[in-house]
Design a protein around this ligand. Structure first.
Ligand SMILES: Cc1cc2nc3c(=O)[nH]c(=O)nc-3n(C[C@H](O)[C@H](O)[C@H](O)COP(=O)(O)OP(=O)(O)OC[C@H]3O[C@@H](n4cnc5c(N)ncnc54)[C@H](O)[C@@H]3O)c2cc1C
Length: 358
């Protein structure tokens, strides 16, 4: 029986070890497929980046999910991952202009609750990749070319070639068609749509601060703040579930991407003083991630694309290269494209499709 099963076991190479790639690998392996995930970076996670420091962990990528993210919430339950509510208790602050100090206001009571993952968003990645061997999940394997052969498909990285029955790319579509070569020309309509598919948060700059105490709570503040002035446009409480490590986290004006880290930090310190007084400047740790400088996400494209443009477009529902190539990734999801939920929704679609096919 085992020999027969091995003979029909199909080999799937998955490009990208972000949430989409790891989830597909996890599900397809469970279904009996032979899988190999190739990740270009030396870390897994892609746009999920829970970074450890000497004090705690901070999220420099995806942080929140919402009650309507049904597939993701189901996955968290399966993996025994707990969620907790984003703290918004207390007043928020709003900086309307350069000439006035930020003003306190109450957030409306009917706001959608955002949830965070106990232990950090990367807990999902750790649980999904627990059972992968070193051969199944390979870091530092940047895919540069895909060769369609008669009875197989070859994936070439900078230093190796992998042969498979099928390949699934989870690279954001715009990045895929601009950085990977194909032995046969891809469908022109697909190229046009992929080039005009927005990659969610590709231009964002996220920063995080760790503090000894949650001093803002002592002032009756939630840690939530908005600013028309910048450099930060939004800021939130980033303390952990255990309430033993305290922090703030926010987004910077994307126009600061070409400044130095030291310059951005200095400007943030000045704004923190306006928001929170002296205590705001006394953080233990500062970190940031300028996502537009990430080659494994960002493509320089002069076209302005509306957020989520072409996410989940019907071209992504087709197979390419004689049925041997599928384009996945959050941006290809017809539901919540660009978000973590989209990565899982699209993954489930593909697992169903491959189970029917083989
Ligand atoms: C700052 C920020 C905040 C966010 N906040 C939220 C949030 O709060 N809630 C939410 O739901 N979503 C959020 N998102 C979006 C969320 O992170 C993504 O939807 C999700 O992580 C996408 O996963 P993915 O695997 O589809 O794509 P990615 O995470 O982009 O993974 C693609 C992977 O492919 C790899 N790769 C690229 N090129 C190659 C190559 N040539 N060869 C091999 N591998 C390659 C990349 O390194 C990467 O690991 C945020 C994103 C960012 C950047």
């Amino acid at each position: 029986m085992l020999i027969i099963f091995d003979l029909i076991k199909k080999k799937i190479v998955i490009i990208g070890g972000g949430l989409s790639g790891l989830y597909l690998g996890y599900k397809l392996k469970k279904e009996g497929f032979s899988i190999q995930i190739l990740e270009a970076n030396n870390r897994i996670g892609g746009r999920i980046f829970t970074k450890k420091n000497d004090h705690t962990k901070v999220e420099l990528g995806a942080t929140w999910l919402w009650r309507y993210n049904e597939e993701l919430i189901k996955l968290c339950a399966t993996l025994q991952i707990s969620l907790f509510e984003q703290n918004t208790k207390g007043d928020a602050l709003y900086e309307a202009s350069n000439t006035n100090l930020p003003e306190r206001f109450q957030l409306p009571g009917n706001q959608e609750i955002s949830y965070r993952i106990v232990g950090g968003t990367a807990t999902i990645l750790e649980k999904l990749s627990n059972d992968f061997s070193e051969d199944e999940l390979q870091r530092n394997q940047k895919v540069v070319r895909i060769d369609d052969k008669e009875n197989s498909i070859h994936v070439l990285t900078e230093n190796a070639t992998f042969t498979a029955d099928m390949v699934i790319s989870t690279m954001p579509p715009q990045l895929l068609v601009n950085t990977v070569d194909f032995s046969s020309q891809l469908d022109l309509n697909l190229l046009e749509i992929a080039n005009n598919t927005h990659t969610w948060m590709k231009d964002s700059i996220k920063f995080a601060l760790v503090y000894k105490t949650p001093f803002w709570k002592e002032k009756g503040l939630s840690g939530v703040g908005f600013s028309n002035v910048g450099p930060f446009t939004e800021i939130y409480d980033h303390s952990d579930f255990e309430n033993s490590h305290f922090g703030l986290m926010g987004f910077l004006n994307a126009g600061l991407a070409n400044e130095t880290k030291a310059y951005r930090e200095e400007k943030i310190r000045a704004q923190l003083f306006k928001f929170f007084g002296e205590a705001g400047k006394k953080y233990l740790y500062y970190d940031e991630k300028v996502w537009s400088k990430e080659d494994l996400l960002h493509v320089d494209n002069t076209n302005f694309l509306n957020p989520h443009a072409n996410n989940g477009h019907p071209v992504y529902q087709q197979d390419y290269l004689n049925g041997k190539f599928i384009i996945a990734g959050s941006e290809t999801s017809p539901s919540y494209g660009g978000y973590m939920e989209g990565a899982i929704y699209r993954g489930n679609q593909i697992v169903k499709q491959l189970k029917n096919k083989f």
